[in-house]
Design a protein around this ligand. Structure first.
Ligand code: DSN
Length: 487
């Protein structure tokens, strides 16, 4: 399957989708032509660049078209069958179908399709864990109906009773996400937090170090999952660690949900049978609309189900409908072939870097992403990201473990295989992608400004960006994006 179709669909589907987009653009153009122009330009730009951002993909026309309907106009705060607004019967159908597909696809006891993003999904999960696992602090005992009725002294005593609110998550520089307890994020404020990292010598997760940190810190929540760790995680081991210290295991599988759905990650590498709560986005390797999802065991389901209005604004019913369509696609056999190709292609890209002597964090990959240490080219991540973009290669800079350039300039570039795999790229094309990346980086030099060496400015040897962009265009033209689509 390519980005031109959905599983089991062919040329007729692509032609019909093309007509739909042409009509939609004509309608938009009649009101605000600049938006129609920007929409056309976005497609042209996505068609003409190597999209290697590990968290991006190309959703099918069925998923994209599902978002453009009148479900967008409906308020539906609450949950299925229990809404704060009238006339939600069709939203109930949509949300129930999204949840059913998610449960069936991932083998989860319960699924919640409302989160608007991965961050929202994580907030719902944290709320649900606190609500389920932290003993109610006994307002009634203090003669108060809500916290605003409490005296200062009672408030302090209440705080003392609130118990363990500690979170242990993977650090940002070793591949964790902002929402895993990073201090500038709300997760680092609502919990006492501590971070685990990776083995400084290998870059791999060290489960005995995680266990030691958990024994010492005794967290309420152990968070596993990552957005920039290029290796698989043994979730059975993470659950053992959580159980030993009485923690709740929450797994954020936003990046690799497609590999779980496509049965590339099974057994100990499938988080769903091992975690109490699993969160994900739907738009990364899962190839759905931009949004979030929470899966949970029955114990946590009642609290997760209160996500709206506890944590979330009204559900985006048009996006929940598109989640249902994307999850239906992911249940087709073709999606397993796609997911395996995502992993194989990341491997091919990593091998391509290794044979060209480029330094990789952990020395390779066994998931969908590759983290290149660009200090081997004498560059910062910021310089490398910009130089690659000049050559039509879209990536994002990313911190590497103990990054000497910090989280803004960084020393790494993160590459992912999901989007170009959707486009039809195979192992040979990913090897060529590695070749083009290395050609740009070895011809890029840091620039020196009035204050000395710059971490942002750079120069590329004459002609290299144009030559690489032309070579990228050849690869892209051989694997067109939505080829039946003319605007
Ligand atoms: N922004 C996503 C990513 O790129 O990994 C995570 O939030």
């Amino acid at each position: 399957m390519t980005a031109t179709s959905a599983p089991g669909q062919g040329a007729e589907y692509a032609a019909t989708a093309s007509e739909a987009y042409q009509a939609a653009l004509r309608v938009i153009e009649s009101v605000e032509p600049r938006i129609a122009d920007a929409t056309r330009k976005e497609l042209a730009d996505q068609r003409d660049s190597l999209k290697l951002i590990a968290s991006e993909n190309y959703a099918s026309p069925a998923v994209l078209l599902t978002m453009g309907t009148w479900f967008s106009d409906k308020y539906a705060e609450g949950t299925i069958g229990h809404r704060f607004y009238a006339a939600c019967q069709n939203v109930d159908t949509v949300e129930a179908l999204a949840a059913e597909h998610a449960r069936e696809l991932f083998g989860a006891q319960y699924a919640y399709a409302q989160p608007h993003s991965g961050i929202d999904a994580n907030l719902v999960a944290y709320w649900a864990i606190l609500a389920t696992r932290v003993e109610a602090p006994g307002l009634a005992e203090l003669g108060a109906k809500n916290v605003n009725d409490l005296s200062e002294a009672d408030w302090e005593s209440l705080r003392a009773k609130m118990g363990n609110q500690r979170l242990l998550g993977m650090s940002l520089d070793t591949g964790g996400h902002l929402t895993h307890g990073f201090r500038p994020n709300i997760s680092g404020k609502m919990f006492y937090q501590r971070q685990y990292g990776t083995d400084p010598a290998t870059g791999f997760l060290d489960y005995s170090a995680v266990a030691a940190a958990a024994r010492e810190f005794k967290p309420l929540v152990l968070v596993a999952g990552y957005s920039a760790y290029p290796r698989r995680v043994n979730f059975a081991k993470m659950r053992e660690i959580a159980d030993e210290v009485g923690a709740t295991l929450m797994v954020d599988m936003a990046h690799f949900a497609g590999l779980v759905a496509g049965k590339v990650f099974t057994g100990d590498e499938d988080p769903v049978p091992h975690a109490h709560v699993v969160t994900t986005t739907t738009h990364k390797s899962l190839r759905g609309p931009r949004g979030g999802l929470v899966l949970a065991t029955e114990e946590f389901a009642p609290a997760v189900d209160k996500g709206c209005p506890m944590v979330l604004g009204g559900p985006l019913s048009h996006v929940m409908a598109a989640k249902a369509v994307a999850l239906a696609e992911a249940r087709q056999p073709e999606f397993r072939t796609y997911a395996q190709a995502v992993a194989d292609n990341a491997q091919a890209m990593a091998d391509g870097f290794i044979k060209r002597d480029a330094g990789l964090v952990t020395g390779g990959t066994d998931n969908h992403l590759v983290l290149l240490d660009v200090t081997s080219f004498g560059l910062t991540g910021r310089q490398a990201e910009s130089a690659l973009l000049d050559a039509g290669i879209v990536t994002n800079r990313n911190a590497i473990p103990a990054d000497p350039n910090g989280a803004w300039y960084t020393s790494g570039i993160r590459f992912g295989s999901p989007a170009l795999t959707t486009r039809g790229f195979g192992a040979d094309e990913f090897d060529r992608v590695a070749d083009l990346v290395v050609e740009v980086l070895k011809n890029t030099q840091p620039a020196t400004g009035p204050n000395g060496p710059s971490k942002a400015k750079y120069t590329i040897a004459d002609g290299v960006a144009a030559r690489v962009h032309a070579a990228a265009t050849e690869l892209l033209d051989a694997n067109p994006l939505y080829p039946g689509l003319t605007l």
